[in-house]
Design a protein around this ligand. Structure first.
Ligand code: SF4
Length: 391
């Protein structure tokens, strides 16, 4: 039986070999690295606080300092409070749907060849729907579709009276909810295919940007080769200004993947160097310079709590105060959507934007065109003009 954690399901889907453990490959022992990091400690601390907030049977939310201490975090101003408050807000907006919520629910399901295991942050069962909530505290939004389907598979087995699973990913840093709904049939079809791929491709490597989440990454030759190739980022392809865009598009996508790999590798290696210097002192750089660490403080100001103090400090000069504040349109949109009844959301948002435009409070740049990959639709016309015709 191949054991796969729901949180590793996306990685397993891309690289089945990532799930090999305790074995040898071509005579080499598979080494797993400790995945604990300050970011994961912060994530665990936030999860503890949110579990206490959500669980109706819990006797209150513990002090921040107690939670920091229990996760080995320094007791200083950090993201904990902000992430916890964002998580509370996201859950409270859905509290009516998550009836009798259960927190930190251990789940397990056996297929023919794959055993799924995991711990869902929040589960609520109201037949015919089982709801799952998952808090994400990381900075990078990734595709978690296999993880959420894995939870869905396990939750539907846990709740046999249900035939639909609704999963919510709560992105704490953005204050945003991502929601997916699957029928039992869709989940079973997905699991059958996922399981078959794991069996058919057992031991096959699929290196890519997601390697940075893999516990095997430090000793993996497939990743090493992929990084080596990514480092030669300037192409081995013949590209000129006349290259057909249809040929160019997949190459550009590959370059972006390679660029992400190089950036991740730089971050990872820089972290190693920083930790080494913190322990052992500055490192010579090969010229007359030394590489040392520099301590800096990131400050975030809560506008609501800071408001009166800042008004006092600016002696009521709101014009100067306004220049210090940036209102993020995406966040504004999320907030309006969250507080407006279904069916009125878009109209209310557009009315607010229209009013801001009318009073001259809005700057709009329509010249911003970017590339975005989306799924092909049947309506997409495959016949396109040749590059020459466009010239
Ligand atoms: S490091 Fe990458 S290629 Fe190697 S096993 Fe992990 S996911 Fe697969």
């Amino acid at each position: 039986m191949i054991r796969i954690r729901a949180s590793s399901a996306d990685l397993a889907d891309k690289c089945p070999a990532s799930q090999l453990r305790g074995a040898t490959i071509e005579g080499r022992r598979i080494v797993h690295v400790d995945q604990r990091s300050p970011e994961s400690a912060m994530g665990n601390a936030v999860h503890d606080l949110l579990a206490a907030h959500i669980d109706p049977s819990h006797r209150g939310v513990p002090e921040y300092s107690v939670v920091r201490a229990s996760h080995g975090l320094p007791d200083i101003a950090d993201d904990l409070e902000y992430l916890f408050e964002a998580g509370c807000k996201l859950f409270d907006a859905r509290r009516d749907d998550f009836v009798d919520p259960m927190v930190e629910v251990p789940l397990i399901t056996d297929g023919n060849a794959v055993r799924l295991v995991g711990r869902a942050d929040v589960v609520s069962i109201v037949p015919p729907v089982v709801r799952i909530g998952d808090h994400k505290s990381g900075r990078v939004a990734r595709d978690h579709s296999c993880q959420m389907k894995s939870y869905g598979k396990m939750a539907l087995d846990y709740a046999p009276d249900c035939d639909t699973v609704e999963s919510s990913i709560w992105w704490l840093r953005d204050g945003r909810e991502e929601r997916h709904t699957f029928s039992r049939y869709e989940i079973d079809m997905w699991f059958a295919q996922f399981e078959q791929r794991q069996v058919d491709n057992r031991g096959n490597y699929g290196p890519g940007p997601d390697c940075s989440w893999c516990s095997r990454r430090t000793g993996c030759d497939a990743r090493r080769e992929w990084i080596d190739e990514a480092l030669s980022i300037v192409p081995r392809y013949e590209i000129s200004m006349g290259t057909d865009p249809a040929v160019l598009a997949p190459l550009i996508a590959e370059w972006y993947d390679r660029k992400r790999a190089v950036e991740k590798e730089l971050v990872e290696q820089s972290t190693r160097i920083r930790e080494w210097i913190q322990e052992n002192g500055p490192l010579p750089m090969g010229d007359d310079r030394m590489l040392d660490v520099q301590h800096s403080v990131n400050r975030a100001i809560d506008p609501l709590k800071a408001w009166d103090t800042l008004v006092d400090a600016f002696e009521g000069d709101y014009r100067s105060l306004a220049a210090c504040i940036k209102i993020r349109n995406g966040k504004l949109q999320d907030e309006i959507m969250a507080r407006t009844p279904t069916g009125e959301k878009k109209a209310v948002y557009l009315a607010v934007i229209g009013h801001l435009r009318a009073i001259g409070a809005l700057t709009e740049d329509h010249g911003n065109i970017s590339l975005r990959a989306r799924k092909r639709k049947e309506s997409d016309d495959s016949s396109r003009p040749a590059l020459d015709a466009a010239d």
